[in-house]
Design a protein around this ligand. Structure first.
Ligand code: SF4
Length: 64
């Protein structure tokens, strides 16, 4: 799995960070989401899926 984020649509709700704090964070300067891990470990798949589903603006795309 690969994770990509679209900062142009991120509205900084931080739902993704609540679901997967090891994978997503907000960039200090822009306040927009960043993927800390682009290729998550299989053990992180559930939380990454939950994070993508929790994003109200669908800023997170998972390439399976
Ligand atoms: S949940 Fe979506 S809008 Fe909110 S910080 Fe994460 S990527 Fe951005």
């Amino acid at each position: 799995m690969k994770v990509s984020v679209d900062q142009s649509v991120c509205r900084e709700y931080a739902n993704c960070i609540v679901e997967a704090p090891d994978v997503f964070d907000l960039e200090e300067d822009s306040g927009k989401v960043v993927a800390l891990v682009v290729e998550p470990d299989p053990a992180q798949f559930d939380e990454v899926h939950a994070a993508a589903a929790a994003c109200p603006v669908r800023a997170i795309t998972l390439h399976e």
